[in-house]
Write a new protein. Structure first.
Length: 346
């Protein structure tokens, strides 16, 4: 049997709409929708050329979407939004794909300035309200180490997208892949700046929920930005698993499906420190701090990666930001690195 032909790109958005179903619809839902709409628009039941054309379109949409191979091909094309305009933004380039959907570089049509557009189509529609509430919690956050929320928009398929400031730079993972393991003093200042950002987020009731080397952007002049923050509630509520999910960085409570706490971010940061210090995911998998790391820094990391969330430091008792500042002075003899060259960046 010949597979149904996928219609031109410009009509792709209409297939689920023609059947009046969600992109997440099961085969049973597709069959029921097809049957109901064919009864409504079939020429034997409804007069008029418009109804006849609608019946043909509904039937074609069903034949495509009920074929697993064609539906997968259609879904892949549907995901790519490069070149389309969403509100005042033109989507320019796909840069990442994860549990929420796809992330693009976009451009404001008037200012021509770049933005980051996070297509959240992979989140089930019933969690849209949760997504909006999370966006509201992040709306007024302003900190040098986190991107700002610019907008929340409906895409042409009815799903939501978050627009955030675009952050240039290399991820910590890219830096380590290029340069190998980092000097402990570099990891110390990276940790200090990450804790500064987490202290701000946690103070405002926002949990990052996905601290890992891929979500730390290293910029010139020894600054960094934590990206992909604040959607932990949506991620857990909708049971969306990130395509690039690395369980080594996820705290045990997240793996067990339990609610995340600020201390959950500490665990992920500790594992990220191990990666930067070792240059190896194998060390992270074993939660093994490399032997060349100064004892004071080793002890600091071990406190962060305690498996029991209640056994980790807490802000009301332990100011980790001040502790890492003191550690830099005690271990390296200075609180500033003096712009010491960072391999892979400088």
């Amino acid at each position: 049997m010949t597979a149904p032909k996928t219609p031109p790109t410009e009509s792709l958005e209409d297939l689920f709409g023609l059947l009046e179903v969600s992109p997440f619809a099961s085969g049973e839902v597709l069959r029921a929708a097809h049957k109901a709409l064919m009864m409504k628009y079939h020429p034997d039941n409804a007069k008029g050329s418009a109804n006849e054309k609608r019946a043909q379109s509904v039937d074609q949409a069903y034949r495509i979407l009920s074929n697993d191979r064609e539906r997968a091909r259609f879904a892949q094309k549907l995901k790519d939004r490069t070149g389309i305009t969403v509100g005042p933004y033109v989507i320019r380039k796909l840069i990442a794909e994860g549990g929420f959907g796809r992330t693009y570089i976009g451009e404001h049509t008037l200012t021509k300035l770049p933005v980051c557009v996070k297509d959240c189509s992979a989140i089930e529609p019933e969690f849209d309200d949760v997504l909006v509430q999370e966006a509201k919690a992040m709306w007024d956050l302003r900190h040098f180490a986190i991107p700002a929320v610019r907008d929340v928009l409906h895409l042409d398929n009815g799903r939501l997208a978050l627009v955030m400031s675009h952050i240039k730079g290399k991820t910590l993972e890219q830096v380590v892949e290029k340069a190998g393991r980092l000097d402990p003093e570099h990891v110390a200042w990276i940790t200090e700046r990450a804790l500064n950002a987490l202290m701000y987020l946690h103070h405002h009731g926002v949990i990052h929920g996905d601290v890992k080397p891929q979500n730390i952007i290293i910029q010139p002049e020894h600054t960094l930005v934590l990206v992909d923050y604040g959607l932990a509630v949506v991620k857990q509520s909708s049971h969306v698993a990130s395509k690039g999910f690395t369980p080594f960085y996820a705290p045990p409570e997240e793996v067990a499906g339990q609610p995340l706490l600020p201390e959950s971010d500490f665990y992920s940061l500790g594992m990220t420190m191990i990666y930067a210090l070792s240059g190896s995911h194998d060390h992270v998998a074993r939660a093994n701090v490399p032997s060349h790391v100064p004892p004071e820094m080793c002890d600091f990391i071990k406190r962060l990666i305690v498996r029991d969330v209640l056994g980790r430091p807490q802000w009301d008792k332990d100011n980790l930001f001040e502790e890492i500042q003191k550690l830099r002075v005690d271990v390296f003899g200075r609180s500033r690195s003096g712009m010491k060259k960072l391999p892979g960046v400088d």
